[in-house]
Design a protein around this ligand. Structure first.
Ligand code: PLP
Length: 365
């Protein structure tokens, strides 16, 4: 039968009428940029995450660059970032004039730890980017305890929680992407910055509009990076469903466990005390590429996302880490995403696990 890697269509189908109506409302209102929908979404997303301030921006990459700049990051500074992440987490740093310093991850959670971050700190460290990769929640409090401001890259973690609160309300600032395939996806690009302090949020608000408060006086070299009204309106229809979808993602993870996947591959481990919202369900196997070929032959969706981690990308050559990153190397070599969605059924999970079993590649390590 086959199981796709994602299913964004099925969860949205019941919302189609409400989304169409909202789009119509925005068109009828003729406000397309920074109007009532963005304002309402910012309020509602703040209430949802528990973060005091939310500012909508154009995408998750701008969100990181703008949030770093709002924290005062610039030339001469270093920003610690994991290498096992989507390239944009690191790319946003040189755009501020600062230097990325790559740190390692725990290959079982795919997230940074206080130890891996501490090893990368120097007197020039101005901030740490903590990526809640694949919908897990990295240990923000333990990293803040090192005495550095934390930016949560929560692009993949909308709907995830730790014991201390929701992803996006744990650090000094946090950033989200609303790329269509994300846990909360727009129908195009979109993003947001959340902030603990009003002053930082105020700077983000200025930076997203050319460094101006009033369109007359331009106080900073800024960006043109706004969440648009149509996308905000579409996100508002979806937001009340995000928790239910996150429950569905966790249930899908349990279906995989119940079907015996843990005997055949390394399963993603939630960071202690967190409720992940599996954006991607990423397993590990020493023979990951052979497993990928077998899944492909069985019609099962799969993808190796970061075989070449960020620090080995050509554009990052000048930022080579000073020591080895063994957790990153292992994760990069062994990871493989298998199907995940809020509606992945027990039967679909069993079909995926049967395909992994039929691949007959032996123990994961
Ligand atoms: C971890 C991570 N950070 C940043 C981004 C960048 O987001 P965007 O594509 O909206 O710029 C993404 C997603 O694409 C991501 O997965």
């Amino acid at each position: 039968m086959g199981v796709p890697l994602f299913d964004t269509r099925t969860p949205l189908a019941p919302l189609r009428g409400a989304i169409d109506a909202k789009i119509g409302e925005v068109i009828d209102g003729s406000r397309f940029i920074l109007g009532p929908e963005v304002e309402a979404f910012e309020r509602e997303f703040a209430a949802y995450t528990g973060a005091p301030h939310v500012v909508g921006v154009a995408n998750g990459t701008d969100a990181i660059t703008i949030a770093l700049r709002a924290l005062g990051v610039g030339p001469g500074d270093e920003v610690v970032v994991p290498s096992f992440t989507f390239y944009a987490s690191a790319e946003a740093i040189p755009l501020t004039g600062a230097r990325p310093v790559f740190c390692d991850v725990d290959p079982e959670t795919f997230c940074v730890t206080p130890e891996t971050v501490e090893a990368a700190l120097t007197p020039r460290t101005k901030a740490v980017i903590v990526v809640h990769l694949f919908g897990n929640v990295a240990p923000v409090a333990g990293i803040e305890a090192l005495g550095v401001p934390v930016l949560e890259d929560a692009a993949q973690a909308a709907g995830a929680r730790s014991a201390d609160g929701a992803a996006g309300a744990l650090g000094t600032v946090a950033t989200f992407s609303f790329f269509p395939s994300k846990n909360l996806g727009a129908f195009g690009d979109g993003g947001a910055v959340t902030a603990r302090d009003a002053e930082v949020a105020d700077r983000v608000r200025m930076l997203r509009f050319h460094g101006s408060r009033d369109k007359q006086t331009f106080e900073m070299i800024g960006h043109n990076s706004r969440l648009d009204e149509l996308q905000a309106a579409i996100l508002r229809v979806q937001l009340p469903h995000l928790d239910g979808w996150a429950d569905g993602r966790r249930a899908a993870g349990r279906h995989y466990e119940d079907a015996g996947l843990g005997e055949l591959a390394g399963l993603p481990r939630p960071v202690d005390g967190c409720e992940p919202a599996w954006h991607l369900y990423v397993i590990r196997h020493d023979r990951a590429d052979e497993l990928a070929a077998a899944l492909g032959a069985a019609g099962v969706g799969h993808k190796a996302y970061y075989r070449v981690p960020a620090h080995q990308q050509p554009a990052m050559r000048e930022y080579a880490p000073s020591g080895p990153l063994p957790g990153t190397d292992e994760a990069a070599r062994t990871h493989l995403a298998i199907p995940m969605s809020p509606v992945l059924s027990r039967e679909q999970a069993a079909e995926v696990v049967a395909a992994v079993r039929d691949a007959d590649l032996g123990r994961p390590h």
